[in-house]
Design a protein around this ligand. Structure first.
Ligand SMILES: NC(=O)c1ccc[n+]([C@@H]2O[C@H](COP(=O)([O-])OP(=O)(O)OC[C@H]3O[C@@H](n4cnc5c(N)ncnc54)[C@H](O)[C@@H]3O)[C@@H](O)[C@H]2O)c1
Ligand SMILES: [Fe+2]
Length: 370
């Protein structure tokens, strides 16, 4: 299994030098719509040498639907970029990754350098070889998992998240926590992923509430922004589990934000996975180092303490609801459960779970979160 990281990561202070080195290139900025007219985007555009040709594309919507990716490939073919600078949340970065990947699959032989700059602290898409596209005909989220999709570079500038709205901060932060806690116990976990999953989860637990509050400090934003990136590296190497396998289906069936769906599922999934002794011991180890539980606690007590703290954090960042509180009708939900289960079992994240669940286990989790 090993440990791989293709993407070179730069922090805010390193970026000016990186930008200055881009010369005589066709630069295609693929960015989130909220950045249109935003001074930060202008700052980056102006920092590029006038010897480059720069074009901006911002036809992006959340949870990238296939038609938007196809539309983007047509524009890619007109622009023929040397450099793609993808700036935005997971949806914008995933859209750019998919456009770039499919354009090359379809015959583009040009070498394109792909740089990702996240504006949410959550998905870790800036370092992963995944991108998620929504098939609007079957209402299914389809992951594309290809080594070539991973960005060449990730630029982490916390300025982009300093003013991120509370709702996006809360749900994307809970997505990052879910990446870390699923990677911690996933089947592909090893000592390297264990260490960084602990660090990523620790950053989120210590600083997400401040980020969600009024006037968060730069330090808090940096901690959650880097935590999210580290969690991406952890899950890219270790895998994920049934929180993601189910949340992908809840997202496409009921249009729930990805991080919110994970926040609702995660406590039930930790409870379920604690039946596995290795998973329980890892959860308990993390609970002890975070002082969620006393050093002498049993693994079961440690895992319970972690569930309690995940629920507390989710509630404090606006993600503590049950599904019925989000306006999802009971009858419609119950009727959708067999489809959700069937699709979850085929999701690429499903095999990473430490225990292979039975259908009844998944149904029990889905009923518990309603
Ligand atoms: N590729 C991966 O490894 C990976 C991992 C997890 C999730 N995902 C996918 O990523 C998507 C979710 O991404 P996300 O949680 O980052 O949300 P998002 O990209 O869908 O953005 C949510 C909303 O917030 C806005 N937004 C983003 N940054 C902002 C900012 N700084 N200020 C103001 N508004 C801002 C966006 O315009 C959008 O309306 C889902 O499709 C999910 O399936 C991908
Ligand atoms: Fe996720």
């Amino acid at each position: 299994m090993g440990f791989k990281l293709k993407t070179e990561i730069s922090f805010r202070e390193d970026i000016p030098e990186r930008i200055a080195a881009i010369h005589d290139k066709k630069v295609w900025i693929v960015c989130d719509g909220f950045l249109n007219g935003n001074p930060l985007l202008e700052k980056y555009k102006n920092a590029l040498s006038i010897a480059n040709r720069v074009e901006v594309y911002s036809d992006i919507v959340p949870d990238p639907p296939l038609p938007k990716v196809i539309a983007g490939i047509k524009v890619f073919n007109q622009v023929q970029p040397d450099v793609i600078l993808a700036i935005g949340g997971g949806s914008a970065i995933d859209t750019a990754k998919l456009i770039n990947y499919f354009a090359h699959q379809m015959g583009c032989s040009r070498e394109t350098r792909f740089i990702a700059m996240p504006t949410t602290s959550g998905t870790g898409s800036e370092v992963t070889a995944f991108a998620v596209v929504t098939d609007t005909e079957t209402n299914t989220k389809i992951p594309v998992n290809e080594a070539a999709i991973a960005p060449d570079e990730a630029w982490l500038d916390e300025d982009f998240v300093m003013k991120c709205p509370k709702k996006v901060t809360g749900s994307s932060g809970m997505d990052a926590l879910t990446h870390a806690l699923e990677a911690m116990v996933a089947r592909g976990a090893n000592h390297f992923t264990d260490g960084i999953a602990d660090k990523a989860a620790c950053n989120v637990f210590h600083f997400l509430e401040e980020c969600y509050g009024d006037n968060p400090s730069r330090e808090a934003r940096i901690r959650v922004h880097t935590g999210s990136c580290i969690a991406g590296i952890a899950f890219q190497n270790a895998g994920l589990g049934i929180s993601h396998a189910l949340s992908h289906q809840l997202g496409s069936e009921f249009h729930l934000a990805h991080g919110l769906a994970n926040a609702i599922l995660l406590p039930e999934v930790i409870k379920y996975n604690s039946k596995d002794p290795v998973a329980a011991s890892k959860y308990a180890h993390f609970a002890r180092i975070m002082f969620f539980a006393p050093r002498e606690c049993t693994d079961a007590e440690g895992a319970e303490a972690l569930v309690r703290e995940v629920r507390r954090l989710a509630a404090n960042v606006g993600c503590g609801q049950k599904l019925h509180e989000l306006g999802i009708e009971q009858e419609k939900y119950i009727a959708a459960i067999p489809t959700i289960v069937k699709k979850a079992q085929k999701d690429f994240t499903y095999p990473g779970n430490p225990i292979e669940p039975q259908v009844e286990d998944l149904v029990r989790i889905l009923l518990a979160i309603y």
